[in-house]
Design a protein around this ligand. Structure first.
Ligand SMILES: [Zn+2]
Length: 443
């Protein structure tokens, strides 16, 4: 796997795992499939910390850990996931064993806070933005939900799911919080920490004026961002990303250090990457808002809005279409102005009846297969689901659904889409190969 794709895949996996418990992250590699094992091993071949400049070192992994060395002690910025933290601790303490004076957490996702206990010493300050405890409380409140969605995405078995639901995430209590800005000096080095909401409301960035280095957490990836993530998230405000990237650009950094991936070095490269990233988010936001005001529905906009070539940065992590829907529904919520939608009835409440009128599950399953073969796998998937609403164990409909899912999986390069299609495929395969023999009508 090329470095680019490893980096993209790591990015793809990051936020989906973010609400996992520390225990779950530690065991993630044992429970998940081949892709996940590769992912969990990201950075494990690193034998020395990556030296960014004379004072800054990086542990690479599922979430980076940064060490800043000063004559008066060290500062750790982000601590990676619990499963990677020991490795980063080992690599970075080879560089310096001086006391850890501060741990700065760019936000409250578990792949940044998982190693706090590895680094915290007596007297270590833990610095976060003021909203960090609220954000962690939100994740903990929905721990059961997130455990289930992560278990689905990463193919955890029932026992693993129970463990996830039993193990509360290690609580991190900051000793210093701030609203907009916090400055401190250590060993003659000035740290300027400031609020940069984007992927999360509590996100912060760190600026070291002496080195012209900005640590930007998860507000910059090597792909279009996940303005909405499928495992579930509260709205991520596109314009927050834009404003936060502007704050960073204004500092004119020479080096930008994202918490996933490698350093972005050189002022020209920094400006190029961050300007494009900001432009892509702004474009998708503005086109969504324009379409909403023009009276277009969310599905039309999900199909229509595409990044122009000069802003296209790939969609291996976030997807423009999901972000369009995230922005749309972030602004106005779920009601689509259709009176049918305001009632407590599923959108496919009439499917079973319609399938019977169309000749039954078999006839619709044949249409589903035809749609997939004609190049419309999404339509095939919908038709197969309709047939299954009529006959949940219908073999032909299950086979058509599997074909649609496999076809979609072959055509995507997005890590999250791939994972959720895999989840769907496992569900169908279980029904196709039940332990007590086949059910339903063979086609
Ligand atoms: Zn992350």
């Amino acid at each position: 796997m090329s470095f680019r794709s490893i980096r993209s895949y790591a990015a793809a996996m990051c936020l989906v795992l973010a609400p996992l418990t520390a225990a779950a992250q530690q065991n993630f590699g044992q429970a998940a499939g081949q892709q996940a094992v590769d992912f969990a091993r990201l950075g494990q071949n690193q034998t020395e910390a990556l030296q960014v400049n004379e004072a800054i070192y990086q542990g690479i992994g599922f979430g980076n850990t940064f060490l800043v060395v000063t004559p008066a002690g060290n500062v750790i910025i982000d601590t990676s996931s619990a499963g990677m933290a020991n490795r980063h601790h080992e690599l970075l303490t080879k560089v310096s064993t001086a006391p850890v004076r501060y741990i700065i957490l760019t936000h409250g996702h578990g792949d940044h806070t998982g190693g706090v206990t590895d680094w915290k010493q007596d007297g270590t300050q833990i610095l976060t933005q003021r909203l960090f405890p609220d954000f962690c409380a939100y994740q903990d409140r929905l721990a059961m939900y997130f455990a289930r969605s992560n278990a689905a995405q990463f193919n955890f078995d029932a026992e693993r799911l129970k463990q996830l639901q039993r193990s509360p995430r290690g609580k991190v209590t900051p000793t210093i919080t701030f609203d907009d800005r916090y400055e401190f000096e250590l060993g003659g080095l000035k740290f300027d920490v400031f609020h940069t909401p984007g992927e999360t409301p509590d996100a912060l960035s760190v600026w070291l004026p002496k080195y012209k280095v900005a640590f930007v957490g998860d507000n910059i990836y090597d792909s279009f961002p996940n303005i909405y993530t499928l495992r579930g998230t509260q709205p991520r405000w596109a314009l927050d990303y834009v404003a936060s990237i502007n704050k960073v650009l204004k500092l004119e950094p020479e080096i930008v250090l994202p918490s996933h991936g490698l350093p972005i070095k050189g002022h020209e490269e920094v400006v190029k990457r961050l300007t494009k990233y900001r432009g892509a988010i702004q474009y998708v936001h503005d086109e969504t808002v324009k379409g909403m005001n023009d009276g277009k529905d969310v599905f039309n906009l999900m199909r229509e809005i595409k990044l122009p070539a000069e802003l296209d940065m790939g969609e291996t992590y976030g997807k423009v279409a999901w972000s369009v829907r995230g922005i749309y529904e972030g602004y106005v919520g779920w009601f689509d102005l259709n009176p049918a939608t305001m009632y407590a009835a599923s959108p496919n409440v009439a499917d079973a009846e319609l399938v019977m009128m169309a000749g039954g599950a078999n006839a619709v399953a044949v249409k589903a297969q035809e749609a997939v073969k004609a190049g419309d796998a999404v339509k095939g998937l919908r038709l197969a689901d309709a047939a299954l609403a009529s006959e949940p164990a219908h073999r032909g409909a299950l086979e058509a659904k599997l074909l649609a899912l496999e076809t979609l999986q072959k055509s995507t390069r997005n890590g999250l889409e791939n994972a959720w299609l895999g989840y769907g495929m496992r569900g169908v395969q279980k029904l196709l190969n039940p332990p007590t023999g086949p059910q339903g009508e063979a086609k």
